[in-house]
Design a protein around this ligand. Structure first.
Ligand code: GDP
Length: 300
């Protein structure tokens, strides 16, 4: 978590120094709360949540006259808020026959392939048999990158030929996983946004064909979001939600964002559980989301 803490240092420095100076300037007053609301919005927390937070501080009765105490109260509210939107990625103990199928969707560059690789690596470390599937048949580089991850994780790879129908690659991947009695099949998909309707039709087909091969819905459809893209990323995310039913979120690059507050806006606005976070490029840098550690990284 140290890496995330370092990555968030700009968010933290800005928030902490703003809160300190607001309390110094306005004391425990209505003006202070108003100014606080503005700085929360500036931290990308989103106007609605910022307003709600200051509303809750107002209701808390006595406002702390000391910055440190105010930060502590604010932290409690933020941890509570994030905890409501957090869930573990549980691949064991689910109904249905193995393999567990995980589909990763999101804009190009958001970190899908890296997340697929890290997840494969972690499952392999638990002794699981894992198949990685490259269903982005448009970008050869994405397939090569996935092949490197497969090598690194010692996972098996099913990759499509250039231009092959991505849904048929997903189908082959699931069938291979069943035949080889794999524990998990992780499917990496395309994310080019310049042809939105085509991409959305493609993803929806990948999902339904995966479900057909499995005989049930994919166990997880994870939407991968880049934390450094701010409100823009949120807009793009909505497009994916229209195409496939997403079961959870992965937020990547939390080690390198100056706008850590976007995590709040995203989980709140999309109303989906945040399951995993990416905090670096190493295989171990994919973690279950920990609201308390996150809030500590931006406020303490
Ligand atoms: P894709 O196009 O969605 O498959 O995205 P990639 O997996 O290729 O990731 C795009 C870039 O982001 C790569 O250079 C990754 O190494 C990098 N990346 C992905 N996740 C993280 C993360 O959590 N932290 C950092 N610092 N970089 C990441």
């Amino acid at each position: 978590w140290q890496r995330m803490r370092e990555g968030m240092s700009r968010t933290r420095d800005a928030l902490v120094s703003t809160i300190d100076s607001l309390v110094r300037r306005h004391g425990a007053s209505a003006e202070m709360l108003e100014a606080l609301e503005e700085s929360l919005i500036e931290a990308d927390i989103g106007p609605r949540l910022a307003c709600e937070i200051t509303g809750r501080l107002r209701q808390a009765g006595r406002l702390p006259g000391e910055a440190q105490e105010l930060r502590r109260l604010l932290a409690t509210i933020l941890v509570e808020e994030l905890s409501r939107h957090t869930a573990a990625l549980e691949l064991d103990d689910r109904g249905g026959e193995p393999p567990r199928a995980v589909l990763l969707v999101g804009v190009n560059g958001s970190g899908k392939t890296t997340t697929a690789g890290k997840l494969a690596w972690q499952l392999r470390r638990e002794g699981k048999r894992v198949i990685l599937v490259g269903a982005d048949t448009f970008r050869a580089a994405a397939q090569d990158q996935l092949a490197l991850w497969a090598q690194r994780a010692r996972a098996e790879l099913v990759r499509g030929a250039p231009g092959q129908d991505p849904a048929s690659v997903a189908f082959d991947g699931v069938k291979a996983a069943q035949a080889r009695k794999a524990d998990a099949v992780i499917i990496d998909t395309a994310g080019r946004l310049h042809n939105k309707s085509q991409l959305m039709a493609e993803l929806s087909k990948v999902r339904s064909v995966t479900a057909k091969a499995l005989g049930r819905a994919p166990d997880e459809v994870l939407l991968v979001l880049d934390a450094t893209t701010g409100q823009n990323g949120l807009q793009q995310a909505r497009v994916f939600l229209e195409a496939v039913s997403v079961t959870g979120l992965v937020m990547t690059k939390l080690d390198g964002t100056a706008r850590g507050g976007i995590a709040f806006a995203i989980v709140r606005e999309l109303d989906l559980p945040l399951k995993l976070v990416g905090i670096g490029e190493d295989p171990d840098d994919l973690r279950p989301f920990d609201p308390a550690a996150f809030v500590e990284a931006i406020l303490d």
